[in-house]
Design a protein around this ligand. Structure first.
Ligand code: ADP
Ligand code: TRP
Length: 338
């Protein structure tokens, strides 16, 4: 039997991102920016997790739109299809078959402890088996590509542990089929605050989307909540969410000047908001332009995703074959040895 390639010269990096809405600053600064930086750390595989999104997006046209937008956004933000493989999860049916194989070694108790399902249940909401087995699909996503490192946010680390658990059990039963991946907590992925100061998240309706038009962005920025301390008071910049956003988007000397202004006092939050509007326009100007160019030629996305799917299927097919043979599927002659 083919063994998983022992530590290949190049690190295999893999991550997925769900197309459940348009990407916001939290997604970008918390995850996407680091994924894109890692495309040079090894062989990178990045995919748009539309099968996972099916557990929340129930409108087919919206889902298709989100997938396309996700691909456009990622390319515009710097993902380079020459250096990384970009594909759509559901274009690789090998992964769903692998999910079943892993499901046969996935204890109920392990999945019951996973937070997506547990949280929903704790809130008394109905959960479907798609949500319950979500971590098994995620494990298949990772194992199918012999991933070494999986860059993720803090919230996904538990799922990588589940993946390692399932791979370990499968390997224990059937031989060394899967390579065990490691999570890589994204650096600089600290919590990005939303317009209300809580963590920016679609579920809190406090997001600013990366590519929404500048007028809409400006409106949201002007409505960012602020405290009512007198203008003259000196303020601690680090503890203010408006400043935290500015610090992500503005050029370094401007950030330092803003911090000094906070400490000195005698400024209005309106002034900071205006500066933030300008900073975001500049920060994403190039990406906006690239996105407009890409969107003007719909063929580009199709070509990139088709090429990505082909490469991904070749990788996943080899792993699936290993797994099938190992557990007794497929018709190898009785007594034949690899
Ligand atoms: P949402 O909370 O809006 O539904 P997702 O859960 O789809 O966002 O986020 C995808 C990834 O983006 C997360 O795994 C996390 O790494 C990152 N992320 C999302 N929101 C933030 C945030 N406010 N700060 C930092 N990272 C974030
Ligand atoms: N569950 C991840 C999220 O919500 C997305 C995802 C799906 C993923 N499959 C993956 C991330 C495999 C890393 C590896 O963010």
């Amino acid at each position: 039997m083919d063994q998983p390639p022992a530590s290949a010269a190049r690190l295999r990096v893999l991550s997925g991102i769900q197309p459940t809405g348009r990407f916001h600053w939290g997604n970008y600064f918390g995850a996407i920016r680091q994924y894109i930086e890692l495309q040079d750390a090894g062989d990178a595989f990045y995919f748009i997790a539309d099968l996972h999104a099916l557990t929340t997006v129930r409108d087919p046209e919206r889902l298709r739109g989100f997938v396309r937008d996700a691909a456009l956004d990622l390319l515009a933000l710097g993902l380079d299809p020459e250096r990384a493989t970009l594909f759509v999860q559901s274009d690789v049916p090998e992964v769903t078959e692998l999910t079943w194989l892993l499901m046969t070694v996935a204890p109920m108790g392990l999945l019951e402890r996973c937070h997506a399902y547990k949280d929903k249940k704790a809130r008394g909401l109905p959960a479907d088996t798609g949500l319950f087995t979500y971590p098994v699909l995620m494990a298949a996503d990772i194992l199918a590509y012999d991933a070494d490192v999986v860059p993720v946010g803090e919230d996904q680390v538990q799922h990588i542990e589940v993946c390692r658990d399932l791979a370990g059990t499968f390997n224990h039963l059937y031989g060394e089929v899967f390579r065990l991946p490691k999570p890589r907590l994204v650096e600089g992925g600290a919590k990005v605050p939303g317009t209300d100061g809580q963590k920016m998240s679609k579920s809190y309706e406090n997001t600013i989307e990366v590519f929404e038009d500048l007028a809409a962005q400006k409106k949201k920025i002007m409505r960012i909540t602020t405290d009512s301390r007198p203008m003259e008071d000196p303020k601690d910049p680090e503890s203010d969410h408006l400043y935290q956003l500015y610090a992500l988007l503005a050029a370094e000397p401007d950030v330092a000047a803003m911090a000094a202004l906070y400490r000195q006092g005698g400024f209005g939050y309106g002034q900071v908001k205006k500066a933030l509007v300008e900073a975001t326009a500049t920060y994403f100007a190039q990406a906006r332009q690239r996105r407009a160019e890409l969107a003007a030629d719909p063929q580009v996305i199709d070509t990139v995703l088709a090429a990505g799917a082909e490469r991904a299927r070749a990788a996943a097919g080899a792993v699936l074959d290993r797994a099938r043979q190992a557990c007794g599927l497929g018709r190898r002659a009785v007594g034949a040895r690899a």
